[in-house]
Design a protein around this ligand. Structure first.
Ligand SMILES: Nc1ccn([C@@H]2O[C@H](COP(=O)(O)OP(=O)(O)OP(=O)(O)O)[C@@H](O)[C@H]2O)c(=O)n1
Ligand SMILES: C[C@](O)(CO)[C@H](O)COP(=O)(O)O
Length: 233
């Protein structure tokens, strides 16, 4: 059984507006609840720590009705510090060598099959694993003048998604080492890579999007409506 840390302490600056994006509602529920519901759809998820901003006044609690706990803690001014706070807030039942999922509150469209594949293959890996999807577009490097400086080779390039699955103590130490080196890691795998480790890539659906801008929210609304219609057929 695996606990999840759900970083939900961001401001949503790139999205804009007054409401932090994790609390924007789709089909009557905030994105953070959609992301939690996606995690709890798998019976192997035992509970979650939702990491909140210090001044969060919007969290109302949530349960899927199964009795699995959803607890909260206060995050930091970076995603990495919020994840560290979440790891520290996990209950003692989560062993130091126990695997922990880290999943963005802003990734509401996680598929159950992808979560199952990550848990199954990640638990067999000595380091851990992340969901990711191959880059399928040509990548350009921009110059200061807005022109193209060049094209980056895209062979073997993947986009990291979440959840990411690592052992509690090893991940915590890797995140702390990055912070001690004043390196702001943008995902958990980067911290592990800095320790010379090679997490496993588990291919996941490209529609496991991170809601960063209003266009992403509109896309999730479409994806959810389509899924609801398919499930109703
Ligand atoms: N100090 C932070 C920053 C981010 N996050 C969380 O990390 C996830 C991914 O981060 P991102 O998409 O960058 O969210 P924001 O930081 O809110 O977005 P922005 O960079 O546009 O402000 C989100 O669920 C966000 O709430 C967090 O818990 N603590
Ligand atoms: C963790 C992540 O979602 C993997 O792609 C991404 O790095 C988060 O980046 P953000 O700038 O904190 O949204």
């Amino acid at each position: 059984m695996t606990w999840a840390v759900v970083p939900a302490a961001g401001r949503g600056a790139r999205f804009g507006g007054d409401v932090p994006k994790q609390y924007l509602e789709v089909a009557g529920e905030p994105l953070v609840v959609h992301s939690l519901r996606a995690l709890f759809a798998h019976p192997g998820v035992k509970g979650a720590v939702v990491v909140l901003a210090p001044d969060d006044a919007r969290w109302r609690g949530w349960s899927d009705g199964s009795g699995r706990p959803v607890i909260t803690c206060t995050g930091g001014d970076t995603r990495a510090r919020s994840v560290l706070a979440g790891l520290a807030a996990l209950p003692d039942e989560v062993r130091a060598d126990g695997f922990v999922l880290v999943h963005d509150a802003a990734r509401p469209n996680l598929r159950k099959a992808d979560l199952a594949a990550l848990l199954e293959r990640g638990r067999e890996d000595p380091v851990g694993a992340i969901l990711a999807t191959p880059v399928r577009d040509t990548l350009k490097r921009a110059g200061d003048d807005g022109g193209i400086d060049g094209t980056e080779p895209r062979e073997r390039l993947w986009r990291a998604l979440t959840p990411q699955l690592f052992r509690r103590l090893q991940l915590g130490r890797a995140l702390e080492a990055a912070a001690a080196d004043a390196i702001e890691v943008t995902d958990e795998a980067m911290a592990m890579e800095r320790q010379g480790l090679r997490p496993l890539l588990v291919e996941g659906a490209a529609d496991n999007i991170k809601v960063t801008t209003p266009a992403d929210l509109a896309y999730f609304e479409f994806l959810l409506a389509r899924r609801t219609m398919e499930e109703g057929e």
